[in-house]
Design a protein around this ligand. Structure first.
Ligand code: 4AD
Ligand code: MG
Length: 467
């Protein structure tokens, strides 16, 4: 017998109101209150939506008295009864309970999720239970809706979702920040004092977890035209900041027959689509973030959805930074990478909105970016947004075989291991471009959450890979 056959989710109950005859709900207790008039009010949540459902129980009812005394926050239960117009509850409907059964008890002295305000740091110790809170429930629903909207955006435009590998022999960004994957016995190797023999390793060569699906994505773009990848990526960056994770999700569209201009247009349309989607599809969650996390959350998204993004070259940005009165922790010089404080100054103070910076010095960007005629800069673009800084990084790709080959050599990479990538220029190369959007930075930006560790269910950062 199915136990969920007669069950309605709270989201369904709130949609249908009191028109539903007697029904059954299941969920976890959030709060319990007993009134002098002999009633107990128990709020339950089942994760289907932001709202709780209030259960009203008559304490004198012989079948209920005993159970009421065992209901604490965290207890799971199923209840059946009549849906009626609520007298004083926060929802339009509440349930007059006729029967109730505890599914799982929760020790009130040990349950770590209390009614009192808990800090995000405290909740990081309980990543397995924090989805029971309003904030983390809302974030989980927002992540889901944003992921659906990403697929919707590309699907509508005829982009094909390509599944690129997690284990790979290449390091796309070439920054040496990849996690090595091996089945060699490291303890034995260390004891023997010998160098590892990768021919004996699982794949017969050194491999790592992917830092980006771009290179493989390019192969499909140069056959299918418009593609995107969306999956987890891994970087062993030892940066303990509020914007870096060791495991994060990236969305990477790649277009054949496209240049940097097309790339910027796609990136802007994409971010606008996602801001609108959050407002339209998660109105209750966005309202919550506005009230509890970032007062500007909604206004900010509305503005981004309607205003054109500023476009500026890296060189112009550096000039503005150098001539400003602002005291920066890191000095700015042409040729150095911009720090988050610089990116935030440009987006928050100068332009008060998203900025697309283009044409960065080639020395601070990856090998695959198309070199400009000045031979000093590349056709790169980063999209910067207030509060986050860089949210998107992309480029037009180098499509000239000879230039790409010498860039690979210049950067100390091996043309031999990238032979397949060079083939894409050897056999019918075309102008092409793409970008990567960090999914967690997007969720951080939309929700206003301050720390990236709180917008992914189970964050991985240096020293932390537990649950
Ligand atoms: O700028 P990045 O390194 O670009 C690439 O990986 C290109 N292969 C993308 C492409 O052109 N297809 O990374 C892209 C985005 C950044 O803008 C940022 O939003 C996010 O990925 N990102 C991170 N997010 C969380 N934690 C980290 N350690 C991140 N590193 C990059
Ligand atoms: Mg970047």
């Amino acid at each position: 017998m199915s136990i969920r056959k007669n069950r309605l989710k709270i989201s369904e109950i709130l949609q249908k109101g009191t028109t539903v005859p007697a029904t059954q709900v299941m969920g976890w207790v959030r709060t319990k209150r007993e009134s002098k008039a002999g009633l107990a009010f128990v709020e339950i949540n089942d994760g289907s939506c932001f709202e709780n459902l209030q259960l009203v129980l008559t304490m004198a009812d012989a079948g209920l008295t005993d159970i009421i005394s065992q209901l604490y926050p965290g207890t799971s239960l199923q209840a059946a009864g009549k849906l009626v117009t609520s007298q004083g509850g926060r929802q339009a409907v509440e349930m007059q309970v006729e029967s109730i059964e505890i599914l799982g008890s929760a020790d009130p002295h040990a349950y770590p999720i209390g009614k009192q305000k808990m800090s995000y740091e405290y909740l990081r110790e309980y990543t397995h239970l924090r989805p029971r809170t309003n904030t983390f429930g809302a974030l989980a629903r927002l992540r889901d809706m944003m992921a659906q909207s990403i697929h919707e955006f590309f699907h509508q435009r005829g982009f094909i979702w390509v599944h690129t590998p997690i284990i790979t022999a290449n390091d796309c960004e070439g920054a040496g920040k990849a996690f090595q994957v091996t089945t060699l016995d490291l303890a034995k190797l260390a004891a023997s004092g010998k160098a590892p023999d990768f021919e004996k390793d699982f794949f017969g060569e050194p491999v790592n977890l992917t830092v980006s699906g771009q290179l493989e994505g390019e192969a499909y773009a140069l056959s299918l035209g418009d593609i995107y990848t969306f999956g987890p990526t891994f970087r062993a960056e030892n940066s303990n900041t509020s914007r870096h994770l060791a495991e994060f999700w990236m969305v990477e569209p790649e277009m054949a027959f496209a240049d940097l201009e097309d790339d910027m247009e796609l990136a802007e349309a994409f971010l606008k689509h996602l801001c609108r989607a959050a407002l339209e599809k998660c109105p209750r969650e966005m309202e919550f973030f506005r009230e509890r996390v970032e007062p500007n959350a909604i206004a900010r998204l509305e503005e981004i959805a309607s205003k054109p993004f500023v476009r500026l070259s890296y060189t112009e940005a550096v000039e503005r930074l150098k001539s400003s009165d602002e005291k920066f922790q890191y000095p700015v010089e042409w040729g150095s990478d911009l720090q988050s404080e610089h990116e935030r100054w440009l987006t928050e103070k100068v332009f008060q909105g998203p900025v697309i910076l283009t044409d960065y010095p080639k020395a601070i960007k990856a090998f695959y970016m198309k070199v400009n005629d000045d031979n000093r800069t590349v056709r790169a673009m980063d999209v910067l947004v207030p509060h986050i800084g860089e949210i998107i990084g992309g480029a037009q790709r180098e499509d000239r075989l000879d230039v790409l080959t010498s860039r690979i050599q210049e950067m100390g990479l091996s043309p031999e291991s990238l032979k397949w990538y060079l083939d894409l220029r050897r056999f019918g190369g075309v102008p092409h471009a793409g970008f990567g959007l960090g999914f967690e930075r997007l969720i951080q930006f939309v929700s206003g959450m301050g720390n990236i560790r709180d917008v992914i269910p189970f964050p991985r950062t240096p020293g932390h890979a537990g649950i």
